[in-house]
Design a protein around this ligand. Structure first.
Ligand SMILES: [Zn+2]
Length: 187
């Protein structure tokens, strides 16, 4: 297994609509395993394929249950502590509204409130090509919507107010500038 490099915004691949997966061969299954390993290593609960530079409709999720997470504390659901792979996922229905703080492996150190649907119904395939349906609520629902946005080429700053989104963009650009300067000074 291999830990892949996570692409950070403003990489173009993050704003590229990913293409359907049609071949479920060994190479693909090994790529999915690498995605899970990369997500775990980065300490993320979700990862979309274009975040490792591959514009395919695949995402991985693993949400460990922590007794005290959230306010009020989250009850343990059947989607906790489960390793999920969604290939070619489609949201078939959504209801309600939920606003919560989100982070993104492609935007290190940025945490902002984003409004999503509270519950979603998804139809997808697993890494073997087998179809399944899932009803998601809570953090699982938020995570799925965030990752499906990714494979559609939508980064979470798009879901923020223009003011917030501009602030985040400036913050990220400033950090990149400082990092470039540091590199320059080391020469
Ligand atoms: Zn993300």
């Amino acid at each position: 297994m291999t830990v892949m490099k996570i692409v950070e915004w403003p990489a173009k691949v993050l704003e590229t609509k990913s293409s359907e997966v049609v071949e479920f061969n060994d190479e693909f299954k090994s790529f999915v395993r690498d995605m899970h390993e990369t997500m775990d290593e980065a300490g993320g609960i979700g990862l979309a394929s274009n975040q490792v530079g591959v514009a395919k409709r695949v995402l991985t999720i693993f949400i460990p249950w922590e007794e005290r997470r959230g306010e009020p504390p989250e009850a343990k659901a059947d989607w906790h502590d489960k390793r999920w792979t969604f290939v070619n996922p489609v949201i078939t229905k959504k209801t309600g509204k939920f606003k919560g703080q989100e982070g993104c492996l492609s935007f290190p150190e940025i945490f902002e409130n984003v409004e999503r649907a509270a519950e979603v119904w998804i139809t997808a395939q697993d890494e073997y090509g087998k179809s399944f349906d899932v009803h998601a609520n809570g953090l699982f629902s938020v995570c799925l919507q965030h990752e499906i946005d990714h494979i559609d080429g939508i980064v979470f700053i798009t879901r923020m107010s223009p003011l917030k989104s501009n602030l985040v963009k400036k913050k990220v650009m400033k950090r990149h500038r400082l990092e470039a300067e540091e590199l320059e000074n080391e020469k």
